[in-house]
Design a protein around this ligand. Sequence first.
Ligand code: GLN
Length: 482
Amino acid sequence: MDYLSLNLYEIRDELEKGNITSLELTKMCLQRVKETSDINALVSVCEEYALKTAQRIDEDRKNGKKLGPLAGIPIVIKDNINLVGTKTTCSSKFLENFVSPYTATCAQKLIDAGAVIIGKANMDEFAMGSSTENSAFGPTLNPRDKSCVPGGSSGGSAATVAANQCFASLGTDTGGSIREPASFCGVVGLKPTYGRVSRFGVVAFASSLDQVGPLTRSVKDSAIMLKVIAGEDLKNDMTSSTKPVPDYENISSNVKGLKIGVAKEFFNDKLDSSVKKALDSALELYKANGAEIVDINLPSLDAALGVYYILSSAEAASNLARFDGVKYGVQAKKFSDITDLYFKSRTQGFGKEVKRRIMLGNYVLSSGYFDAFYRKARKVQKVIKKEFNDAFSKCDIIISPTTANTAFKLGEKSGDPLAMYLTDIFTVPINIAGLPAMSMPVGKSEKGLPIGMQLIAKEFDEEMIFKFGKLFEEKSKEAQNV
Ligand code: GLN
């Protein structure tokens, strides 16, 4: 049996039945990581730690101990999530040698559920980018076509799952960084509602938008992972929600009588014809299963990208001020005084895109421009939120493509920041509105590249997303063949 290509819920059964041990499985995953190292999905592998954990779980299982929902299952986390004693580099030269002094809440929850963390995933530096080409440790390649990017910034997290190196991973999503790579690599990527998952111990990019979420090979796996990582963590992250965590795993896939909102703004003329075709047939499938399609309007959708680059850069400029060469990361060798130390350390440690965001952020926050840019962007954010709220008075879920096109070639957009920013045009509005959304595979282009469908729900209604996702997975061959 090809254990490595199973879904998380399937391998869980195999482990429970005793058909394979966690140690055997972990060794197989580590071997697979070596064999497929050309895709550069991981920046570090915690081999010793993983083998020890797996062994301990096997012993617990043998002794009849009650085990958690991820017991013995190899999992990868993005390299901006702290795991004590391991390097957390954010794929930046600045943090090349930074070792986590503590563990992030989301990683701790995985560990408590019995997961075997085998490595840390490559990413765009400090999560800024859409292709994982901004990594100081080289780009990740898309396992479906190695001449293409895997998307970003959680490109390593998507690629490791698509290449069967592990059974699930964690990514972070500030403007699309889970969903866009999921779409490009043909896996399922969920950005939960803002506040659903604690960000404690996750290196901040734009704190009012950042969320942690799972990347998996199936919708059911996504639900299992969310159930583990979701929940309140007020002691450490005051933005985490106290809403109870529902039983995401056991949701029916009955969509009869439910309404799907379709906005023309998501189906514009820039959409690739194969993407449009795949989305049209997905909508037909839902109709055939009793759902109703309603037209909705999101007239300010276009403004979301501008709002995002103002708000996220402003917050990034503030968040990244802590990297000054004194407390964390690299320090310039030669400097004349403290200002020179800051200047040289930051100049040497940060990559081009990160510097661009810091400059952009400080610019929009500067006294002469604050009202014109930052304050205005906050106002437009309110309008966008309201438009989504109004839309949800008419429908239960909104469906759109995740990206207008399939994965692009390595190097194709790396010299053109604006073209790169535009790939997130459909994902960014969801973060601006604080909503949950998932990308799942709905087919392939003529060139055989995966196409992603985005399912968007009301705040804290991840259950609706799983319901629709599950139905598609059950009924459609496209979803099963990716
Ligand atoms: N691609 C977007 C950016 O570069 C989103 C990144 C993210 O979600 N972390 O900012």
